[in-house]
Design a binder for this molecule. Structure first.
Ligand code: SF4
Ligand code: SF4
Length: 123
């Protein structure tokens, strides 16, 4: 007879470990080609600290870049839509990352990916 596990009033939380190799890094490569200053980012967070959109939302360009580099692109479309493209972050970035164009390129790459997926699905 199968033994039932004792219920202690809580359950085991889902593993949040990042499987870097299983993630898709193609989008990051496409964006790095379109905006090579992406490779200069040192994740210092200065952009996020001064971000206009960050004052009203939980948007963080630093986090967006980290997710992009990890290949975790699921939430990116929603995230970059919060950016107001004011360019303030570009003025303070110590690495001269072209942040404004980076956001534009991320949005474009995600849109192109969605479009090509839709085209494949309708064929
Ligand atoms: S300020 Fe520049 S170097 Fe620092 S996290 Fe933002 S983009 Fe990267
Ligand atoms: S361009 Fe976007 S990420 Fe940069 S400061 Fe403005 S709202 Fe924030």
């Amino acid at each position: 007879m199968e033994k039932k596990a004792k219920y202690f009033g809580y359950s085991i939380t889902r593993d949040r470990q990042i499987d870097y190799d299983a993630n898709n890094h193609d989008i990051c490569k496409i964006i790095a080609k379109a905006e090579p200053t992406l490779n200069l980012c040192i994740s210092c967070g200065t952009c996020a600290a001064t971000c206009t959109a960050g004052q009203f939302t939980d948007f963080s360009l630093r986090q967006v870049i980290l997710l992009l580099r990890r290949g975790e692109t699921k939430s990116l479309e929603n995230e970059v839509s919060k950016c107001m493209l004011c360019g303030k972050c570009q003025l303070v970035c110590p690495r001269n990352v072209s942040t404004r164009n980076l956001v534009i390129q991320i949005g474009k790459a995600l849109y192109d990916k969605k479009l090509s997926a839709e085209t494949v699905n309708t064929k």
